[in-house]
Design a protein around this ligand. Structure first.
Ligand code: ATP
Ligand code: MG
Length: 648
C-alpha cells in the first residue's frame, strides 16, 4: 500500500441486534470483554482450564524472546484425549460425534465411543509403521471420517501432521511433503467430487517419487477404483488398521510440542508452512468455538462446510468442535451434486443448528437463486458463520434472509492460518451486527488498525490490521524458516503482528476488513480497497460476484479493472456495463468508478475458495500469469484471457 491512507468509501447503516432469547442464555455475555481486558493472561489461563491437562500449567505466557512465544509451557496434555476419550469418560460415549454424508449419498454416524476406538486403532497402526512423537505425517484425503481419524491419531502420538488439500497437483504435494520431510503419507484411492470418483493416489505416486523420506503410503479404500500399487511401500488402511487393538494409552506432551504444519492457501504467493503447537492452540480453538457459535453440545448440530485441508477444517471441524464434544456433520462433496439444493437438503436432514461457510459459497447460492433454499426446511438453524474473505454486505443480508430466515445472527469471523483460531468476530448473544464487518476483537485478543507509521488510526480511518498482543493459538514460526517468520509478520511494524490485510475503523470503532494489502489499488493518489468496490458491484441486482484489481495506468497510476459474474437472469450489454460503472460511482464516489468492466463466467479461486486477484492483475496488465499451482481450475484463466479484447 502506498503512503496515502486507505479511503473509507462504503457506508453501511443496517444493524441487527442479537435475538433476545439467544442473548438470555448465551455462553458469553458482554462483561467478558472487560474481564479479559483487565487481566488478559488470567483470562487465557482460565480458558486453558476448559481442557484436561495431565500436568496443569502454572505459567501462561513466556514472551521473553519475542516474537517467539510459549504458552502454558510447563503444562502437559494429549490433544486426542481431549477431543475424544475424555468425553467418553464423562459418560458421553453415545453422543454422535460425526454424521458423515458422502457425496454419492452413503452416510454413517460415528459416536464418541466409536471415534475413540477408531482413533486408538489408527494410532496403534501408525505406531506399528514407525510413527512416533516428532515424526511428520502427510495426509492427503477426501472429506471422509478417516481424515479426522488420521489427524487425531497423529495428535495422539505427538506426530505433527501436514494435511494437504486433496486435489493439489503432484508437484504441489511433493513440495509440501519435502518441506516437512514426512515419513508416512496417508491417502485414499480417491474421493467423490461433482458426481464422479476422482482419483487421489496417482498424484501421491508421482509426488512420492521425489520424496525420499517417505517410507510408507497408507491408502484408504474409498472409491474402489483400480489403483497402481507399489508392494513394499503401499499398505491398505483396512489391512493395517482393522486388526489393531481398540485401546491405546495416550501419552501427554508438553504444551509447546508441535501439533501440525499447514501451508497457507497461497492466495498471494508461495505458501508458507505454518507451525502450530499443542496447548495454546487447543485452548483458543476450543474457547472460540464455544463462544462464537454459542455451542450447546447437548442440542446443537454443527456443520462447517470447509475442507479439512485448510485451517478452518483443522480448527473448526477437528480440534474446536471435538474438544467441545459437539455433534457435527461432515460432508464429502460439492454443493451442486447431485443438485443445487444439496446443502439445504443436508441442513434439513440432520437438523443443523449452526452453519459455518464461506462468502464464495454464499455468492454462488445467490447466483443460483433464492428459490433453491426456499424449497427446504431450514428452521433448525440458529447461528450462521462466515470465514475466508470479506463478506459483501449484500451477500451477508442475503445469507441472513434466505438461509437464516431473518432470525439467525451472523458471525463474520476474521482469522488466518497463522492465527490458528478466530480473532475478530461478533458474539451472537452480545453484538449488534453490521453487514460486512467482523467488528471486534474477541475477548482476550488485542487488534487494531494502524497507518503507515504504525500509529493507531482514529475512528473513521483506514490502514492495516495489526495484532498488538500475542495470543495462545498464534503460529510459532514458519516451518524451518524463522527468518521468513520474522520478515513476513514482525518487521513491518516493530513488536506488532502484521496481518497483511487492509482494514478501517468506522465511527463506532468497529473494524471492517478491506482485502489484502497486496491487492489495494492506488488511483490518483487514493488507496482504494478491492473489497469496497466489489461490494458496491455486488449491491447491483444484476451482479452475483465481482473481483477488482488495479491495473497500471499512465495517468492515474492505477485504473480499476473489474471482472463480474452476472446473476442468472441478467445479460451482458454495453448499457449494463455503463450502468454498473455509474452505480459504483454513486455508491462510493467518482474516484472508485471502474475504468473497465468485463463480464466473465468464472473467477480464478484457490482451492479454499478465495479469489486470486494477482492473476487477474496479470491479465489486466497483459503479463504472463504468476504461480497458478493453488488454483482450483486453471482453465478459468484461459476463458478470462479470451474475453480480453486488446491489451490496455
Ligand atoms: P496466503 O497467505 O498464502 O496468500 P491466504 O491468506 O489466502 O493465503 P488463509 O490463511 O487461508 O490463506 O487466509 C487468511 C486470509 O483470509 C486473511 O488474511 C484474510 O485476507 C482473509 N479472511 C479470512 N477471514 C476473513 C473475514 N472474515 N473477513 C475478511 N477477510 C478474511
Ligand atoms: Mg495469508
Amino acid at each position: 500500500m502506498n503512503n496515502a491512507s486507505l479511503a473509507n468509501l462504503l457506508h453501511e447503516e443496517r444493524r441487527f441486534p442479537p435475538p433476545a432469547a439467544l442473548a438470555a442464555v448465551a455462553n458469553v455475555t458482554a462483561d467478558t470483554y472487560e474481564k479479559a481486558t483487565a487481566d488478559r493472561l488470567g483470562f487465557w489461563a482460565e480458558q486453558a482450564r476448559r481442557l484436561d491437562w495431565a500436568v496443569p500449567p502454572t505459567e501462561t505466557l513466556d514472551w521473553s524472546d519475542p516474537p517467539f512465544a510459549s504458552w502454558f509451557a510447563d503444562g502437559h496434555l494429549n490433544v486426542a484425549y481431549n477431543c475424544v476419550d475424555r468425553h467418553v469418560e464423562n459418560g458421553l460415549g453415545d453422543r454422535v460425534a460425526i454424521h458423515f454424508e458422502g457425496e454419492p449419498g452413503d452416510s454413517c454416524t460415528i459416536t464418541y465411543a466409536e471415534l475413540q476406538r477408531e482413533v486408538a486403532k489408527a494410532a496403534n497402526a501408525l505406531a506399528e509403521l514407525g510413527v512416533a512423537a516428532g515424526v511428520r505425517v502427510a495426509i492427503y484425503l477426501p472429506m471422509i471420517p478417516e481424515a479426522v481419524i488420521a489427524m487425531l491419531a497423529c495428535a495422539r502420538l505427538g506426530a505433527p501432521h501436514s494435511v494437504i488439500f486433496g486435489g493439489f497437483s503432484a508437484e504441489a504435494v511433493a513440495a509440501r511433503i519435502q518441506d516437512a520431510d514426512a515419513q508416512l503419507v496417508i491417502t485414499a484411492d480417491g474421493g467423490y467430487r461433482r458426481g464422479k470418483a476422482s482419483a487421489l493416489k496417482p498424484a501421491i505416486d508421482r509426488a512420492v517419487k521425489k520424496c525420499p523420506t517417505v517410507e510408507h503410503v497408507l491408502v484408504v479404500r474409498r472409491t474402489g477404483e483400480p489403483t497402481a500399487w507399489y508392494g513394499d511401500r503401499d499398505l491398505w488402511w483396512h489391512d493395517v488398521v482393522d486388526r489393531q487393538s481398540e485401546t491405546h494409552t495416550p501419552e501427554a506432551f508438553p504444551a509447546e510440542h508441535p501439533l501440525f504444519i499447514l501451508y497457507t492457501s497461497g492466495t498471494t504467493g508461495k505458501p508458507k508452512g505454518i507451525l502450530h503447537t499443542t496447548g495454546g492452540y487447543l485452548t483458543q480453538v476450543s474457547y472460540t468455538h464455544h463462544a462464537v457459535f454459542d455451542l450447546k453440545p447437548e442440542t446443537d448440530v454443527y456443520w462447517c462446510t470447509a475442507d479439512v485441508g485448510w485451517v478452518t477444517g483443522h480448527s473448526y471441524i477437528v480440534y474446536g468442535p471435538l474438544s467441545n464434544g459437539a455433534t457435527q456433520v461432515l460432508y464429502e462433496g460439492t454443493p451442486d451434486t447431485p443438485h443445487k439444493g444439496r446443502f439445504w437438503e443436508i441442513v434439513e436432514k440432520y437438523g443443523v443448528t449452526i452453519l459455518y461457510t464461506a462468502p464464495t459459497a454464499i455468492r454462488t447460492f445467490m447466483k443460483w437463486g433464492d428459490h433453491i433454499p426456499a424449497e427446504y426446511d431450514l428452521s433448525s438453524l440458529r447461528i450462521l458463520g462466515s470465514v475466508g474473505e470479506p463478506i459483501n454486505p449484500e451477500a451477508w443480508v442475503w445469507y441472513r434472509e434466505h438461509i437464516g430466515g431473518g432470525r439467525c445472527p451472523i458471525v463474520d469471523t476474521w482469522w488466518q492460518t497463522e492465527t490458528g483460531a478466530m480473532m475478530l468476530s461478533p458474539l451472537p448473544g452480545v453484538t449488534a451486527t453490521k453487514p460486512g464487518s467482523a467488528q471486534v476483537p474477541l475477548p482476550g485478543i488485542a487488534a487494531t488498525v494502524v497507518d503507515d507509521e504504525g500509529h493507531e488510526v482514529p475512528d473513521g480511518g483506514g490502514g492495516y490490521l495489526v495484532l498488538t498482543e500475542p495470543w495462545p493459538s498464534m503460529l510459532r514460526t514458519i516451518w524451518g524458516d524463522d527468518q521468513r517468520y520474522l520478515d513476513t509478520y514482525w518487521s513491518r511494524f516493530k513488536g506488532t503482528y502484521f496481518a497483511g490485510d487492509g482494514a478501517k475503523k468506522d465511527q463506532d470503532g468497529d473494524i471492517w476488513l478491506l482485502g489484502r494489502v497486496d491487492d489495494v489499488m492506488l488511483v490518483s493518489g487514493h488507496n482504494i480497497s478491492t473489497t469496497e468496490v466489489e461490494s458496491a458491484l455486488v449491491s447491483h441486482p444484476a451482479v452475483a460476484e465481482a473481483a477488482v484489481v488495479g491495473a497500471h495506468d499512465p495517468t492515474t497510476g492505477q485504473a480499476i479493472c473489474a471482472f463480474v459474474i452476472l446473476r442468472g437472469t441478467a445479460s451482458e450489454s454495453d448499457t449494463l456495463v455503463e450502468e454498473l460503472r455509474t452505480h459504483v460511482a454513486a455508491e462510493l464516489g467518482p474516484i472508485a468508478k471502474p475504468q473497465r468492466i468485463l463480464t466473465v463466467t468464472a473467477l480464478p479461486t484457490t482451492r479454499s475458495g478465495k479469489i486470486m486477484r494477482r492473476l487477474l492483475r496479470d491479465v489486466a496488465e497483459n503479463r504472463a500469469l504468476g504461480d497458478v499451482s493453488t488454483l482450483t481450475d486453471a482453465s478459468v484463466m484461459d476463458l478470462i484471457q479470451a474475453k480480453l479484447p486488446t491489451a490496455p
